[in-house]
Design a protein around this ligand. Structure first.
Ligand code: NI
Length: 149
């Protein structure tokens, strides 16, 4: 495993669309491990998308304190309700703002073994899933901030 450099602020890689992963192989598993290590190295790290370390692949890691999720090619299957809560991002250190997100989402993704799974996220997990999946389309939370703190 290796710690990777987190891309920040105006880095153009954060604005690009990530490509789907064709095969979940050892390279992808290594990427996911590096992403997890990089996320855990940061005190406020709850999630990280591959583009944040400069890799334009549809892969994210999330840990909101309930265990590590490694998601490949994640897609939102359904969303309901709304929430407005505070977000930050490892690519925008020092910035916090209120963002509107669905209250609950169901996400379909491949796990690190290439097996399809569905994750239902409510509240904090729904927010994190949406935030990380936005990164895969070049969207960052500052695009959606209603009010900075
Ligand atoms: Ni982020």
């Amino acid at each position: 495993m290796a710690l990777r450099e987190i891309r920040t602020f105006e880095d153009p890689v954060l604005r690009q669309k990530c490509r789907p992963v064709e095969v979940v192989d050892d390279r992808i598993r290594m990427l996911l491990d590096d992403m997890a290590q990089t996320m855990y190295h940061e005190p406020n790290g709850g999630g990280l998308a591959a583009c944040q370390i400069g890799i334009l692949k549809r892969a994210v890691v999330i840990d909101i304190g309930t265990g590590l999720l490694k998601l490949v090619n994640p897609e939102i299957v359904s969303a309901k309700g709304t929430q407005i809560s505070t977000e930050g991002c490892l690519s925008f250190p020092g910035f916090w703002g209120k963002v509107k997100r669905p209250w609950q989402v169901v996400v379909r993704a491949l796990d690190e073994n290439g097996k399809e799974r569905k994750i239902r996220g409510t509240g904090l997990l729904a927010k994190c899933l949406c935030h990380e999946m936005d990164h895969l389309d070049g969207i960052v939370f500052t695009d959606k901030v209603i009010e900075y703190l």
